[in-house]
Design a protein around this ligand. Structure first.
Ligand SMILES: [Zn+2]
Length: 153
């Protein structure tokens, strides 16, 4: 062991559709303890994970929730400047590029609930349905709860 920090050094980019099946990638600038551009992370998120991201410059358009869509690793080669011959470990961890898309989060596209505060009905397969153990409400016509409009920023 060399005592080196071998955590992956993570860089994030948001991808957005650019038409014709191509993408535009925006690198996310995140403050790092060493002043560099890659953040050492012991547990980098995997494809399919939902993550929160903030740029050092502020909120990212389409954020702050993103879904990881792809990862690319770059490991040091034995015998390279980062990992000289004769050393048991490289001097630093692999570089990991993580590509994300603006995403609705782990609970995205949740179904409607009834607007009546005492009613626990939800819409499942297009019909109102009561979860197991829910109270039987007074007779009323179920109607979907309307969330306050959220203004994207
Ligand atoms: Zn109801």
């Amino acid at each position: 062991m060399t005592g080196a920090d071998l955590r992956p050094r993570v860089q994030f980019a948001v991808r957005r559709p650019a038409g014709s099946g191509r993408w535009w990638y925006e690198r996310i600038i995140i403050a790092c303890p060493d002043g560099g551009i890659a953040l050492p992370m012991a547990y980098p998120p995997a494809p399919g994970d939902t993550i929160m991201l903030w740029s050092t410059g502020g909120k990212i358009p389409g954020g702050s929730l993103f879904t990881v869509v792809s990862r690319m690793w770059a490991h040091s080669g034995y015998g390279s400047a980062d990992w000289p011959y004769g050393q048991a470990d490289p001097a630093s961890g692999p570089v990991l590029d993580i590509i994300v898309e603006p995403g609705g989060g782990a609970y995205a596209d949740e179904t409607d609930i009834c607007a009546e505060p005492s009613c626990e009905a939800v819409i499942i397969d297009g019909a109102w349905w009561f979860p197991p153990g829910s109270d039987t409400p007074d007779e009323h016509d179920h109607r979907p709860y309307q969330h306050d409009p959220v203004t994207p920023s």
